[in-house]
Design a protein around this ligand. Structure first.
Ligand SMILES: [Zn+2]
Length: 130
């Protein structure tokens, strides 16, 4: 299993805490508080070395769309979109839709739970409505 980010940016965007729970790993500048996902070594505003923080995974859907013609690496339609996380960053990721659940839409609260997605079983953040 490959974690998302490893093949594209050289490191996983996920990180486990002491209990083994996965979180999105971001960076935060100790001076200006700028938060970035994926994490950066240095702040884009003042060049200071950033610290790694683990995000809550909670946020709200900004926009969602149903991908009806799956791209290479996916074998069925899925929902995806932008989620505004509570820590102030926006992420593009899959959004789960259980059978009988209404379509995802703007403003709905969500929680990230990593899932294996696609035909290569890449571990990636997926957002579930709460
Ligand atoms: Zn800064």
């Amino acid at each position: 299993m490959i974690e998302v980010g490893v093949e594209s940016i050289g490191f996983s965007v996920l990180q486990r805490d002491a209990e083994g729970t996965y979180h999105l790993a971001a960076s935060r500048c100790p001076r200006c508080g700028d938060v970035r996902l994926p994490r950066r070594e240095h702040c884009v505003n003042d060049g200071l070395a950033c610290e790694t923080i683990l995000l809550s995974g909670k946020g709200r859907i900004y926009e969602a769309v149903l991908i009806t013609v799956p791209p290479k690496g996916f074998d069925r339609p899925f929902w995806t979109g932008y989620v505004d996380l509570d820590e102030g960053v926006r992420i593009f990721a899959q959004i789960a839709r259980a059978e009988g659940e209404p379509p995802p839409s703007h403003g709905q609260p969500v929680q990230m739970q990593p899932q294996e997605i696609g035909t290569r079983s890449v571990l990636a953040p997926v957002f579930f409505r709460i």
